[in-house]
Design a protein around this ligand. Structure first.
Ligand code: PLP
Length: 392
């Protein structure tokens, strides 16, 4: 016998992965230059030069058994110190290295944190649509109920009235993702201040804190104002960070969970994070990557190519008549399906070898996600197809 739940997860690939695989087979048929794959959030910029140089230096200078050996489960002390110092320098954070847990990227951070939090099948994790589809997998995998707030289609912010009514005595956490995948929206201080007040009021009424989980893989990919540092507004905030996007290392699997000083019962939560990492069999985050993070923690990505791609694509698509909110961060455009049928439109686009993702899986039917972390020429060469598609 096997787990039907796991069988279903494993045999039904995510819509994004499905498209990515389709793109590879289409490239074999019609040539890679004729396939316009906008499906994945794989950064199109190489890692900063310092990352590659640090990797080479480490590979050449450290004894291999030391370099590739297990680290402590939480991560190397020097890496956790470097991460804590970086958060203190950048945000004036109140965080200690012994509350940093190095992980295999944001996905692992979330899966571990949810597992650390959930104690009963009635416990709920809330997300705001549109949301990263794997949240549901991680929340349900941890044994929680996953509930979704409807999207704010005006600016992809948070509908605080909907949140007010959605919170129940079983709400353990609210997950936020700003800059957002898939909308590109960046949450602003007034919204977050109001959100913090609401969560504080609700937590007091419930007699236990509702944890804010800040999923931040796009933290540095912003074209205007950045998202305020959330623990400064709402102390019961845990950060789930990843270097996948900021250092262009998605396949190398490196990130962290940070439990700042203000989190109530933070030491117990951190111990539960260590326990959840252990129960899930993570052992430790990749050792070479941890050492690279220790050396490169202050690097920022050069996001100019993403901004240029955003401007090119947004400008062209809105000229053709597509409707879209200008993304202020991350590298996705979230466009209204011209005829309201996102699945149908994506199928039509596929026939033009334009690979884009329906918004349905992000909890937002009627929208399309276009990843613009691609070479500029791919966007330029795809524009006539986008124009044909809206003309019908
Ligand atoms: N959260 C969001 C919003 C994402 O977009 C992604 C990846 O695209 C992840 C989490 C997972 O990131 P990682 O590669 O660090 O596991």
């Amino acid at each position: 016998m096997i787990s039907e739940k796991m069988y279903e997860l494993g045999s039904r690939r995510s819509a994004i992965r499905e498209l990515f695989e389709y793109g590879k087979s289409a490239a074999e048929r019609v040539g890679a230059d004729n396939v316009f794959d906008f499906s994945l959030g794989n950064p199109s910029l190489p890692p900063p030069r310092e990352v590659t140089e640090t990797a080479m230096r480490l590979l050449e200078s450290l004894p291999p058994c030391e370099l590739h050996g297990y680290t402590s489960a939480q991560g190397l002390p020097e890496t956790r110190q470097a991460v804590a110092d970086c958060l203190i320098r950048r945000y004036g954070a109140s965080i200690r290295p012994d509350r940093i847990y190095m992980t295999c990227g944001a996905a692992a951070s979330l899966a571990i944190l949810f597992r650390a939090l959930i104690s009963s099948p009635d416990d709920e994790i809330l997300a705001v649509a549109p949301y990263f589809p794997e949240y549901k997998v991680f929340a349900e995998g941890a044994g929680a109920r996953f509930r979704v707030l409807p999207p704010d289609l005006v600016g992809f912010g948070i509908d605080l009235d909907a949140l007010e009514t959605a919170i129940t005595p079983r709400t353990r956490a609210l997950i936020l993702n700003s800059p957002n995948n898939p909308s590109g929206a960046v949450l602003k201080r007034p919204t977050l201040t109001a959100l913090a007040a609401l969560l504080k009021r609700k937590s007091e009424a419930l007699g236990s804190p509702i944890l804010l989980v800040s999923d931040e893989p796009y933290r540095e990919i912003v074209y205007g104002e950045a998202t305020p540092y959330l623990p400064a507004l709402y102390p019961d905030t845990v950060l789930c960070y990843s270097y996948s996007k900021s250092l262009s290392l998605p396949g190398e699997r490196i990130g962290y969970i940070a439990v700042p000083d203000g989190v109530r019962e933070g030491d117990r939560l951190y111990a539960a994070v260590c326990g959840a990492g252990r129960a899930l069999g993570y052992v430790c985050a990749p050792a070479l990557m941890q050492r690279i993070v220790a050396a490169c923690v202050d690097l920022l990505p050069d996001i100019r190519p993403y901004r240029e791609n955003r401007d090119l694509l947004y400008g062209a698509l809105t000229r053709y008549g597509y409707e879209c909110v200008l993304p202020e961060g991350a590298f996705y455009l979230f466009v209204k399906a011209p005829d309201g049928d996102s699945e149908g439109f994506c199928e039509k686009a596929k026939r033009e070898n334009v690979l884009i993702v329906p918004g349905d899986g992000f909890g937002c039917a009627g929208y399309l996600r276009i990843s613009y972390c691609v070479g500029r020429e791919r966007i330029e060469r795809s524009l006539t197809a986008f124009e044909r598609l809206i003309r019908g």
